[in-house]
Every structure is written in structure tokens, then in C-alpha cells.
Design a binder for this molecule. Structure first.
Ligand code: GLN
Length: 479
């Protein structure tokens, strides 16, 4: 049985297609693994297995972040306000995985409405990091990342608004891919900040990320911002980086990074050079203002998107209200957690008529500048690279009282989201936390021009091969 769990998704899909493994047996092996969840990674798990299906992902179980609507299955977005909600329809992302033959293994825990970087903002308790249960798995797709990193799922999907796929992938030692905005439909994906939200894959390796992206991407008439990836996506095969030019943003690289993370980042740059790639420092002058702009734009959109949770149409309704206004107020007061309330207040404030230009208008101008910086960089370079996260996994509770420190976790991932660009985080090594302790995974981020996913995957594949990261939770600790 356990041998089955060692296979990558690509290997398992190949063996299922060849008839060497029964789809039902494979799915059941993963169901048993998921049933042993001690990380609070799952909020719901599938009760039955699969029958024979066709398609490139036939028989493959996928852990799905609990932000994707799935017909008849509880979908909470990590919020008390949606407790007990079972949507009447399925998101396009999950439907497309199903059409490729995959099945939902479970719904994964997350920061409430995807707001957070540690998965501690879930109404259903924090997710634990599989490498060290005293630490966070990152967020907001922490349940999906912990499930894959902790051997509770072969692959997962999540959403990334400002880093929520890449940062938890980095902290859990797996691959996280955020595609170009518009590559995958957002239909049925509970909205946080609609101009930034994007579905993507959390997997053991780059090939599996390509396999999931191939199934997920595509234009969808239900989401007018979806366009798909022209030419589709294939399994990557490139073995070198000859002739490719990689830019390291000078501004980003000088900022506060743990020394262990910096060492792994620099070693990875040397690996790129060994494979024939050229490394050059290049300016990305406005990227350092990404966090400031993001924390105006994302809350502004969230304050509007979350207005629909009023106790009338979805989920919970507070008891004992005297009239309609009181019912709205009580429902939202009881249903939303502290971070969500903070964002709604912030968003409402920056959109208010007296402050709209000073905050929202200015943040949008910064967003445009960041996009132009990337456009200028991509006129000269093939990729931009950064560490994914400034630190390895931090301790549970370490940043919960300091929202600004928590927000800085996404320093390296937010600029790409603002510019709508595809980016991948691959595990690049292990490093000690700055305060000392067992070594933990470090992610390396590669960014490409819009819709250049295939080139991004090819480069990531070549680099992944050369890095040869094969540490596992338990072995890495203390090693
Ligand atoms: N951590 C960021 C936030 O809290 C990003 C979250 C995300 O990408 N969903 O908004």
C-alpha cells in the first residue's frame, strides 16, 4: 500500500492508465492516508472511492482548498459565517479536474476568506506544519500545502491573491504554482479580491504542477476574465538553462531576509549558472511598495465582495435580532473573525469618498508602476527570481498579534499578483530559522511574463532536477 503513496501524480496516472494499478485501490490508499490527518489540514474528507474513469488524471485524488464551491459538499472558506453551507453548484476548476478523471479527496483548511499568511485565521483551528507541528504551514492555502507536504494528499489546488499558494508551498517544502491572472476560471471560487484571485496547483514536483494546470486552464464562459493558455500546457522536459537570462531585483534582494534563506537563495543562483543560465541584478523600483498597494486594493475589493454575507442568502444567521438591521449586524459580528473585520473596515475606509483618491487611486497607480517595472524587466530578461518567503516557517502564534509583521510574509509574492504574472515556488533546500532550531524548507520563486507558463515550467523543471531536493518531514528536522 505505502508504495502507492510514494508515486508522483504523473507516475500514478501513467500506471493507472496502463492498468497496472486499479484507480479504486489508489484512491482508497489516499483516503486512508487522509483519514490519519493530525495537522488539521482537512475540513471535510470523501467517504467513498472512485469508479473507473478516463482522462489524463483518471483515478487521481485531489485535495481542494475549501474556497472552491463543490455541489452538495460543505464549503466554508474557513469562515463561521459559511458553516453548514453546501453549494448547489461546482466551481469550474473542480469540474474541469473531474472531467480529466480526478476526484475530490477532501476540502482543506485555510485562513478565513483566504486572508492570512499562516492559516491561523481559520474559524476551524490552525493548520500545523508537517515539518514541525509547533510551526505554521503558511497561508492562506495552508491546509492544501500541509496535506501535500505531510503525505495526506498526492496533490492539491488552492488560490493565490497575494502569495497564498507560493508562500505555504515554500514553508511546506513543495511546489506551488500561481498561473497568470485569467489562465483558470474563477467561477465558483469564493471571492476575496477579484482582480487578484487566481487558482493554482500545490504538488510534489513541477511535472505534477504542469499536469494539473493542463486540466485546470482554459476559457470559461462563466468567468469573463478567463482566457486560458494558448496552446495548452505540456509536461516539461528541459534539462538545462542555456541562453536564459534571470533577473534578481536589487531592491528585493537587499531587504530583510533570514540569513539561512539568503544562503539557499544564493546557492540556487549558482545552480542556475551551472545549468547555463545568466544571472543579472536588475531594477524593479516599485516592487517594494507592493505590500502597501496590496493592503489598500485587496481590502477594498474584499469589503465589496463580503457584503453578500448578510444572514439572508448564505450560511449562518444570528439568533435573537429585533429587526433587519440588527440581524445583519449580529450575523456579521458573530460570523466574521478579527482579520476579516479588519479588512472590511480598511477597505470601506479607503473607498470612502473623502479618501478614495488619496488611498485607492494612489494604490492603483502604484499597481500600474509595478506592472511597468516587470514589463521593462521582461524586455531584457526571461525570468525574475526571488526567495518565495523572507523566512522559513515561523512558530504558531508568533505573528498573530502583529498584523504588519504577518503582512510582510508576502513581501516577495505580492508584486507578481498585482501585475497578474505567473510565478512558481520550488523547494530549493533547507535552512535553520534565524532564532536557531531544526532546518526547514526554503522556496525559490521564478516569475515569467503573462501566459508564459510553459517556459516557466520548463525552467523550473530543469532547476528542480539539478537541485535534487529530496528531504522529507521528519528526516529534514535536525538533519
Ligand atoms: N497573505 C495575503 C493576505 O493575507 C495573501 C493572501 C492570499 O493570497 N489569499 O491577503
Amino acid at each position: 500500500m505505502s508504495g502507492l503513496l510514494e508515486l508522483t501524480v504523473a507516475e500514478a496516472a501513467g500506471r493507472i492508465a496502463a492498468g497496472e494499478i486499479a484507480a479504486g485501490e489508489y484512491f482508497d490508499a489516499w483516503r486512508a492516508a487522509a483519514a490519519g490527518d493530525e495537522l488539521n489540514a482537512y475540513l471535510w474528507r470523501a467517504e467513498d472511492g472512485v469508479e473507473g474513469t478516463g482522462g489524463p488524471l483518471a483515478g487521481i485524488p485531489v485535495a481542494v482548498k475549501d474556497i472552491f464551491c463543490t455541489e452538495g459538499v460543505p464549503t466554508t472558506a474557513g469562515s463561521r459565517i459559511l458553516a453548514g453551507y453546501a453549494p448547489p453548484y461546482t466551481s469550474t476548476a473542480v469540474r474541469r479536474l473531474g472531467e480529466a478523471g480526478a476526484r475530490v479527496l477532501g476540502k482543506t483548511n485555510m485562513d478565513e476568506f483566504a486572508m492570512g499568511s499562516s492559516s491561523e485565521n481559520s474559524a476551524f483551528g490552525p493548520v500545523l506544519n508537517p515539518w514541525d507541528r509547533g510551526r505554521v504551514p503558511g497561508g492562506s492555502s495552508g491546509g492544501s500545502a500541509a496535506a501535500v507536504g505531510g503525505g495526506l494528499a498526492p496533490c492539491a489546488i488552492g488560490t493565490d491573491t497575494g502569495g497564498s499558494i507560493r508562500q505555504p508551498a515554500s514553508l511546506c517544502g513543495i511546489v506551488g504554482l500561481k498561473p497568470t491572472y485569467g489562465a483558470i476560471s474563477r467561477y465558483g471560487m469564493i471571492a476575496f479580491a477579484s482582480s487578484l484571485d487566481q487558482c493554482g496547483a500545490l504538488t510534489r514536483d513541477v511535472t505534477d504542477a504542469a499536469l494539473l494546470l493542463a486540466a485546470l486552464q482554459g476559457r470559461d464562459p462563466c468567468d469573463s476574465t478567463s482566457v486560458g493558455i494558448e496552446g495548452g500546457v505540456e509536461a516539461p522536459s528541459r534539462e538545462d538553462l542555456k541562453g536564459l537570462r534571470f533577473a534578481v531585483p536589487g531592491e528585493l534582494a537587499r531587504d530583510a531576509i533570514d540569513s539561512g534563506v539568503r544562503a539557499v537563495f544564493e546557492a540556487t543562483l549558482e545552480t542556475i549558472e551551472r545549468l547555463g543560465g545568466a544571472i543579472t541584478e536588475a531594477p524593479l523600483p516599485h516592487a517594494e511598495h507592493g505590500i502597501s498597494a496590496y493592503y489598500v486594493i485587496a481590502p477594498a475589493e474584499a469589503s465589496s465582495n463580503l457584503a453578500r454575507y448578510d444572514g439572508v442568502r448564505y450560511g449562518m444567521r444570528a439568533e435573537g435580532a429585533g429587526d433587519l438591521t440588527e440581524m445583519y449586524e449580529k450575523t456579521r459580528a458573530e460570523g466574521f473573525g478579527a482579520e476579516v473585520k479588519r479588512r472590511i473596515m480598511l477597505g470601506t475606509y479607503v473607498l470612502s469618498s473623502g479618501y478614495y483618491d488619496a488611498y485607492y487611486g494612489r494604490a492603483q497607480r502604484v499597481r500600474t508602476k509595478i506592472a511597468s517595472d516587470f514589463a521593462a524587466a521582461f524586455a531584457e530578461f526571461d525570468f525574475v527570481v526571488t526567495p518565495t518567503s523572507p523566512s522559513v516557517a515561523f512558530g504558531l502564534g508568533e505573528k498573530t498579534d502583529d498584523p504588519l509583521a504577518m503582512y510582510m510574509s508576502d513581501f516577495f509574492t505580492v508584486p507578481m499578483s498585482l501585475a497578474g504574472l505567473p510565478a512558481i515556488s520550488i523547494p530549493a533546500g533547507l535552512a535553520e530559522p534565524d532564532g536557531g532550531g531544526p532546518r526547514l524548507p526554503v522556496g525559490f520563486q521564478i516569475v515569467a511574463p503573462a501566459f508564459a507558463e510553459q517556459r516557466l515550467l520548463e525552467a523550473a523543471f530543469a532547476l528542480e532536477r539539478e537541485i535534487g531536493f529530496d528531504a522529507k518531514p521528519g528526516e529534514g528536522a535536525g538533519g
